[in-house]
Design a protein around this ligand. Structure first.
Ligand code: FAD
Length: 495
């Protein structure tokens, strides 16, 4: 990167969001852009999460780009290795590598109101850009809770998203902290090799069976020979999930049947009533993310596994103290405790038009117009921004909707010509978020009686989209210029 390089667009991140943005920009005829990536390879989530058992929990044919169908997915729910390879392939076939700057962590972005552009400081140098697309991911910065005494632990400690592959777990006493989507994949994968596994559970999840299977050679050959069959398969997977949305957003009672299925899934494997009681959630299914696993409960029933149903309260050397006072000796602690979601670190690194950071602007909770634009942060868009997450379907659908919005944003800037920028009007942002939050009130995420990572410190759900993916697709088809203030660069008058 040269000292004062200027590009039209700077994309941050090279996961599904950043790579998707890069493909879309090229399709729009924009080639003057860079993708800034702090790591040394593409893949985002699927590069960083290499823990044993890591796989998607939305079927692969839906959890992939519509514009890059993969007839060769090996399983209904493919593993991390294959998803990562898919993203590497996307980077190759769409000629994205020439745009990507690896080992370029964005440290600070400052809006230059005179020049109408972003000044960007990265670990690899400085540059300026007319437009920033922030695709740093909602689940990309691991969160390790501040457990008193953790520093005194003599053994190995790591987060599920930073798995230490050099650390041999065979025969070890391992403590797994957390019971989210990663933990329920890790537990059955490591249980057979560890000496003792203690699961520290603050809240039990609802877990449905995962109907996973290998995709047969014949199916793959069919998908290769007749590409419309891949699209058909994707369409069916999408349609089923689209029909489920009403139950989450309007009629949580309809989820009772699903709750029964989850109870049966547990009862089949967990015969001990005391353990069953520990593992039975006290909130409505769907309130927290519904997890899929056919191996989790059978693993918990194994003799080398204990469940501490009170969470980890303190560490005293190699002794882990549960909130219930129980004591467990451990050699290794694995934190499956999620990510900085509603306090995403990038927000501290963006300084907007009035000198405030995005984190300061979002003190009362994250909000953005159509999940993309924050008021006072002109020509800055986020992919998977506030209220774009899903409880039951593929995030790639939402990412692709946001890419449509990005494409139209670029077109609108072209039409405006000259040096112009678009800044979301505060009233438009407020109105959009008011409508989102009104809809949120009836959803299972608000009424289901749980706390979850969907909620911010104020108890507000600023992560989930309370509607169908097709509603979001319609809402992001075009940029409505009435929702933006058009900024023009002040012309320099020569003396
Ligand atoms: C284990 C796991 C399983 C999941 N399974 C599913 C699933 O089955 N279905 C589903 O829909 N979703 C799933 N998700 C959610 C998943 O995060 C999204 O689907 C999607 O991968 C997000 O893509 P992204 O590009 O927005 O973010 P990411 O994939 O997180 O990529 C963000 C990129 O930005 C880079 N970056 C961050 N900060 C900076 C910076 N300051 N400077 C430069 N680069 C930076 C990161 O290094 C990273 O490469 C899963 C998440 C996890 C963690």
């Amino acid at each position: 990167m040269t000292e004062h390089e200027h590009v039209r667009v700077a994309v941050i991140g090279s996961g599904f969001g950043g790579l998707g943005a890069a493909v879309r920009l090229r399709r729009e005829g924009v080639t003057d852009f860079v993708v800034l990536e702090r790591a040394g390879s593409v893949g985002g989530t699927w590069r960083d999460n290499s823990y044993p058992g890591c796989a998607c929990d939305v079927p692969s044919h839906l959890y992939s780009f519509s514009f890059a169908p993969n007839p060769d997915w090996p399983r209904a729910f493919s593993g991390q290795r294959h998803i990562r390879a898919y993203l590497e392939h996307v980077a190759d076939v769409f000629h994205l590598r020439r745009h990507i700057r690896f080992d370029s962590e964005v440290k600070l972005m400052t809006w230059d109101a005179e020049q109408l552009r972003w000044e960007i400081e990265t670990s690899g140098g400085r540059l300026t850009a007319d437009l920033v697309v922030s695709a740093t991911g909602p689940l990309s910065d691991p969160r390790i809770p501040d457990v008193p005494g953790l520093d005194s632990f003599p053994g190995e400690v790591f987060h599920s998203a930073r798995w230490n592959h050099d650390h041999d777990l065979r025969g070890k006493r391992v403590a797994m902290v957390g019971t989210g989507a990663s933990a329920i994949q890790i537990v059955p994968a490591i249980q057979p090799q560890v000496g003792r596994l203690t699961l520290f559970q603050r809240t039990p999840p609802w877990v449905l069976p995962r109907v996973d299977r290998a995709i047969s050679g014949a199916e793959r050959a069919l998908h290769r020979a007749l590409p419309f069959t891949t699209r058909l398969r994707r369409g069916l997977l999408w349609g089923i999930r689209e029909l489920q949305v009403q139950a989450f957003t309007k009629h949580p009672d309809e989820l009772n049947l699903v709750e029964q299925l989850a109870k049966r899934n547990m009862a089949r494997a967990i015969k001990d009533p005391a353990l069953r009681a520990k593992l039975t959630p006290d909130y409505r299914i769907g309130c927290k993310r519904i997890l899929l696993s056919s191996e989790y409960y059978p693993a918990l029933a194994k003799p080398n596994v204990d469940v501490v149903a009170s969470g980890l309260a303190e560490v005293r050397g190699s002794t882990l103290v549960g909130a219930d006072g129980s004591e467990t000796e451990a050699d290794t602690i694995v934190f499956g405790t999620g990510f900085h979601v509603t306090d995403m670190p990038i927000a501290d690194r963006v300084v907007g038009a009035d000198g405030r950071t995005l984190a300061e602007a979002w003190k009362g909770g994250m909000e953005a117009l159509r999940g993309a634009s924050a008021a006072g942060f002109p020509n800055w868009m986020t992919i998977i921004g506030p209220n774009t997450g899903l409880g039951n379907s593929s995030m790639i659908l939402m990412i692709e909707s946001q890419l449509n919005y990005l494409a139209d944003f670029v077109r609108q800037l072209d039409v405006l010509g000259g040096r112009a920028a678009l800044d979301a009007r505060p009233a438009a942002v407020r109105d959009w978020n008011h409508r989102v939050q009104e809809r949120m009130k009836r959803t299972v995420w608000s009424t289901g009686g749980c706390t979850s990572w969907y909620l911010d410190d104020n108890g507000r759900n600023s992560t989930i989209w309370p509607g169908t993916t097709s509603e979001f697709r319609r809402a992001t088809r075009r940029v409505d210029l009435a929702e933006y203030e058009v900024l023009r660069a002040r012309k320099k008058v020569d003396a």
